[in-house]
Design a protein. Sequence first.
Length: 216
Amino acid sequence: MAVHACLPLANCKILHFVRHAEAESNAAAHRFPKDSQDYLDAYADEKYFDSVLSVKGEAQCKELQQRIASSPCITCEAVVCSPLRRTLQTAVRVFGEEMPFLAAECAREYSQGHARPCDCRRERHLQEADFRADFSRVPEGQDSFAARPETEEELDKRCVELLQLLNALPYQCIAIVSHTGFLTRLFAKHLRWPGPSAFSNAELRSVVVQWTPTAA
C-alpha cells in the first residue's frame, strides 16, 4: 500500500465543509428538468428571496446532526458560515450555537451571473436578530452582491479570503457551511480535490488542509 503524504498535524487543520440542506428555492426548481425555462423561472421567483430551508431540508439537517453526533471522528470547535438564511439555518440545526459561530460574506454563493433572489440576503441587522453569530465580517446596509455578475477572478479572490480566514482562526477543527457553486470552485481549483467537486444538499466533506508559507 502506497503512502501518499505524511503531514505534521501542528501545521494542519481539519475542515468539515457542508453544503446547506435543501432550500425552498431548490425544491421549487428541482420539480423541473435542470436548465429548462421552468427551472430557471423557479429560481428567479422573488418569493424565494434569501430562501429558507424546505421541509426536506429540515429533515436533512436532523439526519446530518445525528450522523455527526454518533461519529467520534467528526469534532468541531467553531463554525464559519455564509450569511444567507439557508446556510445559517443549516449551521444552527447541524452544529448548534454553543461554539464560536462566524458569518462570513466571502463564503456566500456564486450565482454565475444569474442574480437570483435566493442568492441575495436580508440586511445584516435582520440576520443578527434571528441568529446568534458574529456578523462583523458581513457588510451593513442593503445587499448589493448580485447587482452585477461576479467574475471568476472575483470568486477565486473570495476562495482565497476564506482559506486565509480559516488559517487565521485559533481553532484546529472548523466546520464551514456554504453553497455548491462556491464550494465546487474552492475544491476544484484551490483544494485540488481529486474527485467530483460539486456538492449535494447537506453533503459533508471532511478534509485535512496544510498551509505552507508563501514566498516573499
